[in-house]
Design a protein around this ligand. Structure first.
Ligand code: ATP
Length: 171
């Protein structure tokens, strides 16, 4: 059977304390569009799922294939407050406890671990960290100039940078 190149995972976050206090209910049951278009997903993570589980199931295989020379893209998509930043791990990374770390710090750790295990191969790691908000791009690694006019450009082969695509986070 032909392998499907795009995989979709859905993650349901737990209710926040303030939501529980206001007696909010988890509203996700099944994703249905119109009357009968029920959607299925490659992975489903419930409210008790851990960062470790999400990373090991969905991301680790991609990072390992990246080391072998394949391209990989991971992005989070969802309405505001649904848990994209938490899952991607793009918040205050340094202050996050180990088990709570999201995709970015775990992927970076794995990439450099693999590089150190392959001393005979030359690796070139480039990182860009850009927030896409509506039509605006913001360089999160250069905050002073973050409001300058940024554009995504491709080289003649259509490349935009592997790591940037691996850890891109759409808002
Ligand atoms: N799986 C989870 N377990 C525990 N808390 C979570 C989880 N996912 C999200 N949260 C919490 O829910 C809140 C909203 O999550 P987050 O900021 O990641 O949403 P977001 O989709 O990035 O929102 P925005 O688009 O507004 O930036 C945060 O307080 C976050 O810590």
């Amino acid at each position: 059977m032909e392998e499907i190149p795009v995989k979709v995972a859905v993650r349901i976050r737990p209710l926040l304390c303030k939501e529980a206090l206001h007696n909010h209910q988890v509203c996700v049951r099944q994703v249905i569009i119109g009357r009968d278009r029920v959607f299925t997903f490659d992975f489903v993570f419930g409210k008790n799922s851990t960062q470790d589980e999400v990373y090991n199931t969905c991301i680790k295989p991609l990072v390992l294939s990246l080391i072998e020379g394949y391209n990989a893209t991971v992005f989070a998509y969802g309405q505001t407050g649904s848990g994209k930043t938490y899952t991607i791990g793009g918040g205050h990374i340094a202050s996050v406890v180990e088990g709570q770390k999201g995709i970015i710090p775990r992927a970076i750790q794995e990439i450099f671990q693999s590089i150190s295990e392959h001393p005979s191969i030359d690796f070139n790691v480039k990182v860009s960290y850009i927030e896409v908000y509506k039509e605006d791009l913001r360089d999160l690694l250069e905050l002073e100039t973050s409001m300058k006019d940024l554009h995504i450009r491709e080289d003649e082969k259509g490349n935009t940078g592997k790591v940037a695509r691996l850890i891109s986070c759409l808002h």
